[in-house]
Design a protein around this ligand. Structure first.
Ligand code: IMP
Length: 179
């Protein structure tokens, strides 16, 4: 698996530091509140797990499954909800936990849905931001690291459902998806 990686973009130490810093900021910004962390499956799993342990507040943890990729390396722009939330978000402060924001189609769809459902506030924390891929005007509220427009895998991010368990984020060798 490690041989399929061209270069490491965010290593384990940097990821740990990012989670600590973001957790601290979120703890500060949501003081006195009980936000709902909404993780977008499956890519959010390692990040939500590590980040949430640096948030020193009462939080609810919810998950949604949406998909816009169908095994390729570019977004289809067609966002489908595969698993919805189990609780109401009306009048609640929602913090969406994303692995990466690329075109921002996925996140814009979810933000609009949550606003329609009456959330008191909707913010986004993303481990990675890829502004070079944007087709919507959107900036996440909390960003772990801004990266160039490359296809990356690891720490939750997949190619064809693989590499999510890599402990770092890396660029896949083009031969992996060209073969
Ligand atoms: P967007 O809707 O184009 O912003 O894409 C968001 C989703 O696409 C993310 O939650 C990922 O699941 C997937 N995605 C975007 N860029 C990458 C990447 O470089 N590697 C793996 N998945 C990606």
């Amino acid at each position: 698996m490690h041989n399929d990686i061209d270069k490491i973009l965010v290593n384990e130490q940097e990821i740990a530091q990012i989670c600590q810093n973001l957790g601290k900021q979120i703890t500060h910004d949501y003081q006195g509140k009980r936000p709902i962390l909404v993780g977008l499956l499956k890519g959010c799993i390692p990040f939500m797990s590590d980040l949430s342990r640096h948030i020193g507040l009462y939080v609810d943890m919810e998950f949604m499954a949406v998909s816009s990729y169908h095994g390729g390396i570019s977004t289809s722009g067609d966002v489908k909800i595969r698993k919805d939330l189990d609780i109401s978000i009306a009048d609640r402060d929602v913090l969406i936990v994303e692995d990466i924001v690329d075109t921002a189609s996925t996140i814009m769809t979810i933000i609009n849905l949550f606003r329609h459902r009456g959330a008191a506030s909707v913010k986004v924390v993303t481990l990675l931001d890829k502004p070079g891929g944007r087709i919507h005007d959107f900036t996440p509220d909390y960003i772990g690291k801004t990266i160039p427009k490359a296809f990356v895998v690891g720490y939750g991010l997949d190619y064809d459902e693989l590499y999510r368990n890599l402990p770092y984020v890396g660029v896949l060798k083009p031969k992996v998806y060209n073969d």
